[in-house]
Design a protein around this ligand. Structure first.
Ligand code: ADP
Ligand code: MG
Length: 357
């Protein structure tokens, strides 16, 4: 069992040289469920690592309470929290074999040799390291070394695993492979995993739920599906999805129509229910590139193609819509040339409305 509760957690760093303060995490409240794979995602500096370090007890919160399994852990030493952390810069001991690297932490805990051997064997088997146990770290590939770093956490059999950007030093292909291995590992271990990344694809593929952070503040906590379909605000809409959501200025003219530039588009029934408070107001319309088509449709306009990028199975078409740079993601078979005039249509039922700020 391992549930983790953040109860109004704030972390303020004091800059001793310059005398100022900086709030890295602001009033965060959430619960991480037992056996959940929870991902923190957000741009660099938004407070992800600080949040993780507070769970581990390596950083002390300025305000608020942290509970692990209903126990208040504010004053519990990191060693006594039964948590293992895997960092981006995992350092293996270069002079030790893989087996020695895996067992080192346990030896320090004065655990019985037969139990250590058993735990090392278990970890090496599930990570596919059995044939590498007698090698030194320098004789391993980057992916294999990363697996050893994972193994060092697994042998401890902790209640909670914390991962801080563990894949960011690996090349793109290996990252995808390790992502799959991590998902499988979670199923096998049945442990609570808290995972930090700045990569929204990693977050969307690994997380059962995702905490989106920006500038120390939680923007939304939801499943990947919900983040994509119902972003709570423009930050989440723009951060999740690739290429990013387009944002167009518009106005809800009446309960029936949305006006974007010179185009007046009939509102989809699903939107009609949501717009009562917007009638007569300026809004920002979020539309994902994959929800714009190169055909006539409900919300259509004629535009001039600036660039068309061919990615194989799909094309990215760049154009200006009502003065705003806009991207459409269309099928690879839809061939258009730069300079060509085309009709684009927005799937009106897929539009997200945000307050104009
Ligand atoms: P992330 O992991 O999301 O990139 P961090 O949690 O590492 O972000 O940092 C959040 C903010 O807090 C950053 O602006 C960082 O500079 C600041 N910060 C982190 N650790 C310290 C520290 N020990 N002293 C002062 N500021 C810090
Ligand atoms: Mg970080």
């Amino acid at each position: 069992m391992a549930t983790i509760v953040f109860d109004h957690i704030t972390k303020t760093f004091v800059d001793e040289k310059r005398g100022g303060t900086f709030t890295a995490v602001k009033d965060a409240t959430f619960t991480i469920n037992d056996k959940e794979f929870l991902v923190f995602v957000g741009p660099s500096g938004c407070g992800k690592t600080t949040s993780l370090r507070m769970i581990a007890g390596l950083e002390k919160q300025t305000e608020g309470n942290i509970y692990i399994d209903d126990q208040l852990v504010n004053h519990v030493h990191p060693k006594d929290r039964d948590i293992a952390m895997v960092f981006q810069d995992y350092a293996l001991y270069p002079h030790m074999t893989i087996k020695e690297n895996l067992s080192f932490g346990l030896k320090n805990m004065k655990i019985d040799k037969s139990i250590i051997d058993e735990k090392v064997r278990y970890a090496s088997t599930i990570l596919g390291l059995d044939d590498l146990l007698e090698r030194k770290p320098k004789e391993l590939s980057g992916g294999q070394r990363q697996r050893v770093a994972l193994g060092r956490a697994i042998v401890r059999d902790p209640k909670v695993f914390l991962f801080d950007e563990p894949l960011s030093n690996l090349d793109a292909k290996l990252r995808v492979q390790m992502r799959i291995e991590l998902a499988e590992l979670h199923q096998r271990l049945g442990a609570t995993i808290v995972y930090v990344t700045h990569d929204q694809v990693e977050a969307m593929t690994l997380g059962e739920r995702i905490v989106v952070m920006n500038k120390g503040e939680i923007q939304q906590i939801a499943s990947p599906q919900e983040l994509y379909a119902k972003p709570a605000n423009m930050f989440v809409g723009g951060f999740i999805g690739s290429p990013a959501m387009n944002f167009l200025d518009g106005k809800i003219v009446s309960g029936e129509y949305l006006q974007v530039g010179n185009s007046k588009w009939p509102l989809a029934p699903a939107l009609k229910q949501k717009i009562a408070s917007y009638i007569g107001k300026e809004v920002v319309c979020g539309i994902r590139p994959e929800h714009i088509r190169l055909t006539e449709g409900d919300g259509h306009a004629t535009v001039t193609v600036r660039v068309c990028e061919h990615l194989g199975s799909e094309n990215l078409v760049y154009f200006s819509l009502n003065g705003t740079n806009t991207i459409a993601k269309v099928s690879g078979e839809s061939f258009v040339q730069a300079g060509e005039e085309v009709t684009v249509s927005l799937q009106i039922d897929k539009i997200h409305l945000f307050d104009k700020t």
